[in-house]
Design a protein around this ligand. Structure first.
Ligand code: AG3
Length: 285
C-alpha cells in the first residue's frame, strides 16, 4: 500500500512525500497535530496540514532564526521565543554559555508534549535550567512585558489559526516595548513565491516597518517549506544586521553549525530583485 502526505501550496500546486507510518494524530483546542515517519525526510511535524519541521532539514530554519540575531547583538542575556514549541530554536540558543534566561512562550501545550515524545532531537534544549516554558498566548504575554528582553524570536505558524495574532501591529508594538534599548526581534516571515505567502509576507513587513526603525528581511533555502525558499524578518531598535555583525566574536564561540556561517549571514540579506520589489512596495505605503 502507498501512503502519501500532500501539502497544498495553492489550488494548483502541491508537494508530497511518501509516508512509511503515521505516528501520531491529535487535536488540541488550537489546532490539529500530526507526526509522520517518512523515508526521505525522517519524522515530520505537520500542523493544520502544513509542514512545520522535518528531521532532515529543520537545522536550516532553526540555525537561521537564532544565530543571525545572536551574532549581531553584543550581549544577549535574556531571550524570548514565541511559539517554537518543538524546541528547535531553544536548542540552538542553549549553546550560548552567556545567555542567562530563555523564556519559551507557546500557546499549545500539546505541541510541546507531542514533540517531547517524537522529536527528542529538537526538544533536547528544553531541559536546560535556563529555560522557562510558559503555556500562554504570546500576544498577551508580550503585552505585559517592558524592557525585559535583548532578543525576541517569533517562531510562529502561519497567520491563520492560533498564529494570527503574532502577525499584528499590536503584537509588534508589544515586542518593541518588551525589548531593551538595543533589542532585536526576529520572526519567521513567510514565503515570497505563492500568492498567500506573498500577501502574509508583505503584511508582516509593512507592520514591522511601521514599528521598528530598522526592519530588514533575510532568506534561506528550506526544502520542505513552500517553494523551498523562506524568509525571516530582522527588526531592531539600533543594530544593523550587517554593519553590527560581530564576526570574530561569534567565530570565537566555536559553535559548530551545519548551515549558518558568518559569510552566509551577509549573503542572506542580499535578496533577489523580485523580493526586494515586493517588500519595497509595502514600505512606501
Ligand atoms: N515555524 C513554522 C514556519 C512556517 C511554516 N509554514 C509553512 N510551512 N507554510 C515553526 C516550526 C519550526 N520551529
Amino acid at each position: 500500500m502507498e501512503l502519501w502526505f500532500t501539502e497544498y501550496y495553492s489550488n494548483h500546486a502541491r508537494f508530497s512525500m511518501r509516508v512509511s507510518k503515521q505516528l501520531y494524530s491529535g487535536e488540541s483546542p488550537f489546532q490539529r497535530i500530526d507526526v509522520l515517519e517518512t523515508q526521505e525526510y525522517g519524522r515530520v511535524l505537520v500542523i493544520d496540514g502544513f509542514i512545520m519541521l522535518t528531521e532532515r532539514d529543520e537545522f536550516i530554519y532553526h540555525e537561521m532564526i537564532s544565530h543571525v540575531p545572536m551574532a549581531v547583538h553584543p550581549n544577549p542575556r535574556k531571550v524570548a521565543v514565541v511559539g517554537g514549541g518543538d524546541g528547535g530554536t531553544v536548542r540552538e540558543l542553549v549553546r550560548y554559555p552567556d545567555v542567562e534566561r530563555i523564556d519559551l512562550i507557546e500557546i499549545d501545550q500539546l505541541v510541546v508534549d507531542v514533540c517531547r515524545e517524537f522529536f527528542p532531537s529538537t526538544t533536547s534544549g528544553l531541559s536546560d535550567p535556563r529555560v522557562n516554558v510558559y503555556y500562554a498566548d504570546g500576544v498577551q504575554f508580550m503585552g505585559s512585558c517592558q524592557d525585559k528582553y535583548d532578543l525576541i524570536i517569533v517562531d510562529s505558524t502561519d497567520p491563520i489559526g492560533p498564529g494570527e495574532g503574532l502577525f499584528t501591529r499590536e503584537f509588534y508594538q508589544s515586542c518593541f516595548k518588551a525589548l531593551a534599548e538595543d533589542g532585536i526581534m526576529v520572526n519567521q516571515h513567510e514565503g515570497a513565491f505563492y500568492d498567500d505567502d506573498v500577501r502574509a509576507c508583505q503584511r508582516a513587513h509593512a507592520r514591522i516597518s511601521e514599528v521598528f526603525p530598522i526592519s530588514k528581511v533575510y532568506q534561506a533555502n528550506i526544502p520542505t517549506y513552500a517553494s523551498g525558499y523562506w524568509l525571516f524578518g530582522f527588526a531592531s531598535k539600533k543594530l544593523d544586521p550587517i554593519e553590527d555583525l560581530r564576526e570574530e566574536e561569534w567565530e570565537k564561540l566555536g559553535i559548530s553549525t551545519r548551515h549558518y556561517t558568518t559569510s552566509l549571514h551577509k549573503g542572506a540579506f542580499a535578496l533577489p530583485a523580485y523580493v526586494e520589489k515586493l517588500l519595497a512596495e509595502v514600505r512606501r505605503r
